[in-house]
Design a protein around this ligand. Structure first.
Ligand SMILES: [Zn+2]
Length: 102
């Protein structure tokens, strides 16, 4: 799915058809791969995700005739630490923000 690059299954995020907090049909991330039914796999990156969404890969892969909300997965991707992010807890010096500590 998505970029179609080869990847080990454990590097991919499983996504299943479910419903959001308001009960509307939505794509639901399934990091533990335990949800029943069909699942689709994408790299947990915004790029791969957007590609799959744009190709309408999810309704096809999940055999869903309904439009599926994407907010739940997008939220997860936003929170997921980027591969190149520094370890959390490291001091953050951000030159150029105009902040003065004094
Ligand atoms: Zn990908």
């Amino acid at each position: 799915m998505g970029c179609r690059a080869k990847a080990a299954a454990n590097e991919l995020l499983r996504v299943v058809a479910g419903s959001d907090a308001e009960g509307r049909p939505a794509l639901v991330p399934d990091p533990d791969r335990r949800a029943p039914g069909r699942g689709a796999h994408v790299h947990p990156t915004p790029e791969c995700w957007q590609l799959a969404v744009r190709r309408r890969a999810f309704p096809r892969a999940l055999r869903s005739g309904e439009a599926l909300g994407t907010a739940l997965v997008e939220e997860l991707l936003r929170e997921a630490p980027a591969a190149h992010a520094p370890p959390s807890g490291s001091p953050q010096h951000r030159p150029g923000t105009g902040a003065h500590s004094s």
